[in-house]
Design a protein around this ligand. Structure first.
Ligand code: SAH
Ligand code: SF4
Ligand code: F3S
Length: 448
């Protein structure tokens, strides 16, 4: 019987993309995927450490499998991703049953690391390395939409954030490599590509050809023009954008290039300038508002999503009110909110003006309340409209329906047969709106 592997992925899209690459490596090695970790011979947790609760979740999963390993010594236990990078050797001390601890930069090298494990070593791979070009074929979860990494790492130093510590310095892939991956996806029948980077507007500044005055030859805008005509790929998205580097030139390109969807994920983190300064974000709330205004002047209907943190050290009620005000004024289609969590190795964790958990929880609840109210308002604009929906899958809750996304990235459901519709972009008349999803009817009855 073939050896079986299981991967559980925590955290962001970067981790999801890495997991798909590691799954590809495992399948090339002859492993088969299983849903149930208890049925696997190799278990890999691809971990996230952005907040303390994300990290703790990993330990509870690991504890269970470590116990199982005591009865099944042949089980191989791997921790990959950001907790692995943050904890390194210490993870082995905490969970001695582990076979392999590997940072995110090693995703493509899983095969050679596993060889060492199978030869009897316990391995820790967390030294910063140059990320090898993706020669393995990822095993992607979808056959319709795909992630394509364009830049790894982050050179920012937001005072609350572990990412630069665990993902390393920025490493851009070449435009040619990105285009080649997209062309291959187009040939395989994929319809949508999301270009990925922690700070995607930084794309290209580390590539040869950059000039010392900060002007560089390759930018995200240039990349969009370079890849937009890849055959077969009908939609292009990109995430995550940083307000510090978001340019009007990029906005113009998005408006001009038909395949680039009118959806922008631009975290603002706080609506208060002093908090933004303490976070070292490098922009003001006025600049953030100007960016959104500019986007809306080119694309009035663009969907805007963001991330925000409440309860940053020293945040006063008044400063929190400025975040509420920004959210109220802008009207986000989606906002990921979080209570500030002090993280190891970050400056803000050491400050003595931390807020209590009660204050943070209370602010989070108030912000979330406003967010769903605003999202419901934003959803109304879709009512009775015809939206282009790219069909991704069956609705898991109702097999007579299929689901997909609008260009603005809203989930949409409608009656239809997944066999005929999967991977198609179809016009859907919206008949029902909810804060974060839509229901409608397809306008081509012949397809149903
Ligand atoms: N590169 C992106 C975000 C990456 S992390 C950016 O610069 O915006 C994803 C989100 O997690 C962040 O946008 C932030 O809202 C949240 N986050 C990061 N560190 C956090 C912390 N210590 N506590 C709470 N939320 C945090
Ligand atoms: Fe973290 Fe800031 Fe980098 Fe985003 S830009 S990953 S928040 S350090
Ligand atoms: Fe988490 Fe690492 Fe992403 S810490 S949010 S998985 S970059």
């Amino acid at each position: 019987m073939a050896r079986r592997y299981h991967i559980t992925t925590f955290g962001c899209q970067m981790n999801k993309a890495d997991s798909e690459r590691m799954a590809g490596v495992l399948e090339t090695m002859g492993f088969e995927a299983v849903e149930e970790p208890d049925e696997a011979d190799v278990i890999l947790y691809n971990t996230c450490t952005i907040r303390d609760n994300a990290e703790q979740k990993v330990y509870s999963y690991l504890g269970r499998q470590a116990k199982r390993k005591q009865e099944q010594p042949n089980l191989t236990l791997i921790v990959a991703g950001c907790v692995a990078q943050q904890e390194g050797e210490q993870l082995l001390r905490r969970v001695p049953e582990l076979d392999l601890v590997m940072g995110p930069q090693y995703a493509n090298q899983l095969d050679s690391l596993l060889e060492q494990v199978f030869n009897g070593s316990q391995v820790v791979a967390t030294e910063p390395v140059h990320i090898m070009e993706d020669i393995t074929k990822p095993r992607r979860d979808s056959v319709v939409t795909a992630w394509v990494n364009v830049i790894y790492g982050c050179n920012e130093r937001c005072t609350y954030c572990v990412v630069p510590g665990v993902r390393g310095v920025e490493q851009s892939r070449t435009p040619e490599a990105i285009r080649a991956e997209m062309e291959e996806l187009g040939r395989q029948g994929y319809k949508e590509v999301t270009l990925l980077g922690q700070n995607i507007d930084a794309y290209g500044r580390d590539l040869p050809g950059s000039k010392p005055d900060g002007q560089h030859l390759h930018t995200l805008t240039d990349l969009l023009y370079f890849v937009h005509d890849v055959p077969g790929i009908d939609r292009i998205r990109f995430a995550t954008s940083h307000p510090r580097y978001f340019t009007e030139r990029l906005i113009k390109a998005c408006a001009e290039l038909p395949k680039v969807c009118e959806h922008f994920h631009i975290p603002f983190q706080s609506g208060d300038n002093d908090v933004l300064k303490a976070m070292s974000r490098g922009y003001t709330q006025e600049k953030y508002r100007r960016i959104i205004d500019t986007i809306r002047s080119y694309m009035p209907d663009a969907a805007i999503s963001a991330d925000a943190i409440v309860g940053f050290p020293g945040e006063t009620e008044e400063q929190f009110q400025n975040t509420l005000k920004l959210v109220d004024d802008i009207g986000f289609d989606l906002l990921n909110t979080a209570a500030y969590s002090p993280r190891p190795g970050t400056p803000a964790a050491l400050w003595d003006n931390q807020l209590s958990e009660e204050v943070k929880a209370d602010r989070l609840q108030r912000l979330n309340h406003l967010v769903s109210q605003k999202a419901a308002e934003r959803s109304q604009r879709y009512f009775d409209r015809v939206e282009e929906v790219l069909v991704e899958d069956q609705n898991p809750k109702d097999p007579t329906q299929v689901m997909g996304r609008t260009r603005g990235n809203r989930l949409a459901f409608f009656k239809g047969d997944i066999q005929t519709l999967k991977g198609q972009i179809v016009p859907v008349k919206i008949t029902e709106v909810r804060p974060f999803s839509l229901t409608g009817e397809i306008l081509q009855p012949s397809c149903v």
